[in-house]
Design a protein around this ligand. Structure first.
Ligand code: GDD
Ligand code: MN
Length: 375
């Protein structure tokens, strides 16, 4: 079921601009001025709807002042959690017009591009993404290597979910009537557009934009958001591709656990522990690591269960996996001579067999339980 447009008549010449804000007092007036300048002369009747998470930095006073001469208002969310995507959803609920644009407050998204987004929207699609990575788009030249790689990696991870170049973008135009029912949207953190596109199966176009770094105020992006992003990705993969989408996540977790395992295995031998004992001991920290990551990531939409009981089940099934893993290692190195000369080969073969057992056990036994509704 689709939402009913807020204002079906005249939708072509109206626009709600939704901007989530948290401690952006210094950016609000410049943003509103530039929007006003960019839209004056277009004949568009617009409103700027700021959805603030109770910043307490004087933003409300700025808006009261500004509202005397520009169509600006602010909705303040006082219920936790503080969250960019939930703020945007609140804005979509409360905006006056069907046609809408979502953008950041910090002038990273040039208001001058709004008309380009609208033109593409009116050519027929459900959502237009202001894209840094479409031909002609760009990011701020001051981006360091870390930020470039980080952004590219996140983009690359999300690419299989969508058919366009900048799935991480927070700048987009759409029609409320084209969006999936808002209660079915479960965005987490920063990627509201991605969530809407995947769950609403939206037809998307991209328009290149020049992304500018904020000049005032602080970014709210942090490592916590990045962890949430991975979890969000795993849920969207599940949503889009079904349960088999767990395999790459489980494998990635497994690979990281393997690094822990290998480090302990080699470290213990370096400390003088006999290689078979080292093999046995290194397994446990690696299994604990895997349990935690699979709980938070691979099976994160499954109902939460008490940590200890689940850890115990994971360890139990891992012991079976370990039996297969170490058993095959021992058999191969003891009875198949080439494997004794190339013990790492036996190591990896054992890990592969053990992982298969572990995946089946994880899916059917350790993380069993209904998905939590809507996840
Ligand atoms: N209401 C509300 N609540 N707004 C928030 C919150 C929150 O918890 N956190 C951030 N915002 C607002 C900021 O005030 C700003 O207007 C906008 O959301 C983006 O936040 P920034 O802190 O500037 O994030 P960014 O520049 O790192 O992230 C931007 O670029 C990403 C791609 O690099 C955003 O556009 C992301 O959506 C985008 O993915
Ligand atoms: Mn920003």
């Amino acid at each position: 079921m689709r939402n009913t447009p807020n204002d079906p008549e005249n939708a072509g010449s109206t626009l709600s601009i939704i901007v989530p804000t948290f401690r952006e007092a210094a950016n609000i007036a410049p943003l509103a001025e530039r929007i006003d300048a960019a839209l004056s002369g277009t004949g568009i009747e617009w409103e700027l709807l700021l959805v603030d998470d109770d910043s307490g930095d004087g933003s409300e006073a700025v808006v009261t002042e500004l509202a005397r001469r520009l169509p600006v208002r602010m909705v303040v969310r006082r219920e936790p959690p503080r969250d960019l995507s939930l703020a945007v959803i609140e804005g979509i609920r409360q905006c006056r017009f069907d046609r809408l644009v979502v953008m950041d407050a910090d002038l990273s998204h040039p208001p001058e591009s709004i008309v380009d987004l609208l033109a593409a929207l009116d050519e027929g699609c459900d959502m237009v993404i202001g894209s840094r990575y479409a031909p002609g788009g760009m990011v701020d030249r001051s981006w360091g290597l870390y930020r470039v790689l980080n952004s590219r990696l996140a983009t690359w991870l999300a690419r299989p979910l969508v058919g366009y170049a900048d799935p991480m973008s927070g700048f987009f135009a759409t029609r409320r009537s084209a969006l999936p029912d808002l209660p079915t949207v479960r965005p987490m953190g920063y990627k509201i557009a991605l969530d809407l596109v995947v769950r609403g199966r939206l037809r998307v176009r991209e328009v290149p934009i020049e992304f500018r770094d904020r000049s005032v105020g602080l970014s709210k992006m942090n490592w916590r958001q990045q962890v949430r992003f991975l979890r969000h990705l795993s849920r969207l993969y599940n949503y889009k591709f079904g349960s088999m989408a767990r395999v790459p996540f489980f494998s990635a977790v497994g690979a990281s656990g393997l690094a822990v395992d290998l480090a302990c295995y080699l470290g213990l031998q370096w400390a003088g522990v006999e290689h078979r004992l080292a093999r046995f001991l290194s397994f446990w920290p690696a299994a604990g690591w895997n349990w935690a990551l699979n709980r938070g990531l691979t099976f994160s939409e499954r109902a939460r269960q008490p940590h200890l009981g689940q850890l115990a089940r994971f360890m139990a099934s891992s012991t079976v996996g370990l039996g297969v893993n170490v058993g095959s290692y021992a058999l191969l190195t003891s009875y198949v001579e080439p494997f004794d000369r190339h013990r790492l080969l036996a190591f990896f073969l054992g890990v592969g067999l053990g992982s298969l057992v572990n995946f089946l056990a994880a899916d059917l036994y350790v993380y069993k339980g209904r998905p939590e509704p809507g996840r």
